[in-house]
Each structure stands twice: as structure tokens, then as C-alpha cells.
Design a protein around this ligand. Structure first.
Ligand code: CO
Length: 168
């Protein structure tokens, strides 16, 4: 296993639409292990492959922070197929360090995805899991949580965002 460098706000890979995964190879499994190690090192609750420089449709969630005795889980080619309700929760992102803002998102989603063994799933997700999965699926579409806050708030953050992009 190896730690991967996190792509920061301003890097173009974070704005790309990730390619679907057509085959679960050993290199995908190694990438998942590396992402889990990186997420735990950075104390993140989720991580998407583009954040570690791979523009493919894969994210992981640190389920252990949501329910007791759970282990990190990989979601391959995840898509949201249904959404319901709306709620406001504060979010952060390893690619946008030290910035946290309230974000409005659907409260409950149904998501379709594949597991690392190629099994197909359709899960209803709410609470913290539903929230994180929506944030990670956004990453796979080149969307960041700061895109989902009001333009006034985003203007207030403009300087900080610029500094992150400049690597300060
Ligand atoms: Co993020």
C-alpha cells in the first residue's frame, strides 16, 4: 500500500468527468487500498479517485466513522437514480483544506453501484452516508461542494480558494 498525493482545488483533474470502470483489475484493487490508506492518514470520511489523480469512476467511504465496526467501502461507477427531500449539512473536502460550508442536498437518495467483486447494488442511503455519497459522486462529475453554495458565500471565499489553487 502507498499514500497518494491529494489533488487540490484548482487542479484540472478535479473538474473532469471520470471515466466508467469497465473491468475490475488488480490495479483498481491496489488503487482502492492506496485510497483507503490515504483517506485514513488524512482523516477523511470519503475520497474519490480523481482526488488522487485517477479520473475513473470510483470512490470510497470510511463507513467506520458512520457505524461501529464497519470497514471502508468502495463504490464503483456509482450513480444517483432517485432523490428525495432536502437538507442542509456542513461539508468539507480534502481537496479544499480548511474550508467548511453549509450545503443543501437531497436528504435521501437511491444509488446504483458495483462493489469490488463486480456485484451490482441499488441502495437507499440517507443521513451521513447519503450526504457523503452525494459529495463523492459530485467529484466523479467534476463538481465540488463550493459549486453548491451561494454566489455571495463563494465570493467571500474567493481569496482562500485562490490561495489553495496557488499552492500557498
Ligand atoms: Co471532497
Amino acid at each position: 500500500m502507498a499514500l497518494r498525493e491529494i489533488a487540490l482545488y484548482g487542479q484540472s483533474i478535479l473538474r473532469m468527468k471520470a471515466d466508467p470502470i469497465v473491468e475490475i483489475t488488480d490495479s483498481i484493487r491496489t488503487l482502492v487500498e492506496d485510497m483507503i490508506e490515504t483517506m485514513q492518514e488524512e482523516e477523511g470520511i470519503g475520497l474519490a479517485a480523481p482526488q488522487v489523480g485517477e479520473s475513473i469512476s470510483l470512490c470510497i467511504i470510511n463507513l467506520g466513522l458512520i457505524e461501529e465496526d464497519a470497514v471502508p467501502k468502495a463504490y464503483i461507477n456509482p450513480v444517483i437514480v432517485e432523490k428525495e427531500g432536502m437538507c442542509t449539512v456542513e461539508e468539507g473536502c480534502l481537496s479544499i483544506p480548511d474550508i467548511r460550508e453549509d450545503v443543501d442536498r437531497p436528504e435521501v437518495i437511491k444509488a446504483r453501484y458495483m462493489d469490488l467483486d463486480g456485484g451490482e447494488h441499488l441502495d437507499e442511503c440517507d443521513g451521513m452516508l447519503g450526504r457523503i455519497l452525494q459529495h463523492e459522486i459530485d467529484h466523479l462529475n467534476g463538481v465540488l461542494f463550493v459549486d453548491r453554495i451561494s454566489s455571495i458565500k463563494r465570493e467571500l471565499l474567493a481569496k482562500e480558494l485562490k490561495q489553495i489553487a496557488a499552492g500557498d
